[in-house]
Design a protein around this ligand. Structure first.
Ligand SMILES: [Zn+2]
Ligand SMILES: [Zn+2]
Length: 395
């Protein structure tokens, strides 16, 4: 039985995978700078005997062929980049690069996929099809490594029929994983607004264009787009997070800058909202006599998990691990460039529980003290290998 082999091999390779994770954690690299990481991944794949190529400068794509390679092609994805954060964990394998840290668990994703690759390679007589391993750069930074790899053809030759990605979850206990079909994470676009007008003496506002007041109306007007135009059953968030203008008590400034983020779960609404944001902000500014420039920088699309694929993955996980270990992922307004893949082919983005209150491991991702409970690594390797060997869209 392949399940038993995977369980045995995952246990056998856990220590080695943890050592790989420690190496990656100690040597983090920022988005699109993953040169050492990519070379490390290539060396590991070569050691296992998995043919691989470079893609997108610091991406590595490996291919494992099982029985009847053309019968089924699936992709397993891990991201490899770290964040510009100064690590404060005091771990023996803490970052050796000041100001760069694996604070989102991408070291875990990469090491678990290497562990799974080793298992899938050793069991290739036991499963059908071809597995494409995607070690991608730049998840944390626009335009997103996924979008670059897609442009370079990662979803062609051979063309995967589905893609699986895993992410650590410090809110979910170790020993558990979670799945969800449909919408799981939001799109994220950046909003940059500049309001211009002739400022002047604060005691003579009638002789000026009050850019501060215009900006204030725009902040409020934009909030009403979400509350009045968005379908309340589809979450969407608009947050203006910086309001910059002025310098003293008695001068109305010539310019005010607003920046913020817009998030949505529905791609149609997302682009409709961009137009509403531009229209609303422009008409407020013009109505009050000011000029306005608006830039909406398009970020990652929402992550949509194919319903049937995720139901199948969840079903397999329940059989493999037991009902108690499998939960439903909660909706999040965070973004993930896995969305680029899942907009193109059926995707399954699942969560690996890495929380352990007894060990004091509860802190969230993107913080200087983030860490995972490494007891979760065995589950991470096992699940990637198991889904790689078994997951199909049709049952
Ligand atoms: Zn992150
Ligand atoms: Zn991440």
């Amino acid at each position: 039985m392949i399940e038993e082999k995977i369980v045995a091999l995952a246990s056998k390779y856990t220590a080695e995978t943890i050592a790989i994770r420690h190496h990656l954690h100690a040597h983090p690299e920022l988005s699109y700078q993953e040169f050492e990481t990519a070379a490390f991944v290539e060396a590991k794949l070569n050691e296992i005997g998995i043919p691989n190529i470079r893609m997108g400068i610091t991406g590595v794509i490996g291919i494992i062929e099982g029985k009847n390679p053309a019968s089924r092609v699936i992709a397993l994805r891990a991201d490899m980049d770290a964040l510009p954060i100064l690590e404060e964990t005091n771990l023996p394998y803490a970052s050796t690069k000041p100001g760069v840290m694996h604070a989102c668990g991408h070291d875990v994703h990469t090491s678990c996929l290497l562990g799974a690759a080793k298992i899938l390679s050793e069991t290739k007589e036991d499963w059908q099809g071809t597995i494409k391993l995607i070690f991608q750069p730049g998840e944390e930074k626009n335009p997103g490594g996924a979008s670059i790899l897609i442009k370079e053809g990662v979803l062609e030759n051979p063309k995967p029929e589905l893609i699986v990605g895993m992410h650590v979850n410090p809110q979910l206990e170790t020993g558990k994983i979670s799945f969800r079909g449909g919408k799981v994470m939001a799109s994220a676009d950046e909003i940059y607004i500049t309001i211009k007008g002739n400022g002047g003496h604060a005691a003579a506002p009638h002789l000026t264009i009050d850019t501060i007041l215009v900006g204030s109306h725009i902040v409020i007007g934009l909030q009403q787009i979400i509350s009045r135009n968005n379908n309340p059953f589809s979450p969407s968030v608009l947050s203006i997070c910086a309001f910059n203008g002025g310098f003293t008590t008695n001068v109305i400034p010539n310019e005010v800058n607003l920046i913020g983020t817009f998030r949505a779960m529905d791609e149609k609404w997302r682009f409709a909202a961009h137009e509403l944001i531009k229209k609303q902000a422009t008409s407020i500014a013009h109505g009050m006599g000011a000029e306005i420039d608006i830039l909406i920088d398009i970020g990652y699309p929402s992550v949509y998990n194919h319903e049937r694929l995720n139901a199948n993955a969840m079903g397999l996980a329940k059989t493999f691990l037991g009902e108690k270990c499998v939960e439903e992922t909660e909706l999040r307004m965070g973004a993930e460039d896995f969305g680029y893949y899942s907009q193109k082919i059926p995707g399954c983005f699942f969560r690996l529980g890495t929380r352990n209150e007894a060990k004091g491991i509860t802190i969230g991702v993107h913080t200087p003290t983030f860490n995972i409970d490494e007891d979760a690594i065995e589950m991470g390797i096992k699940m990637m290998a198991f889904l790689g060997a078994n997951l199909n869209i049709n049952g």
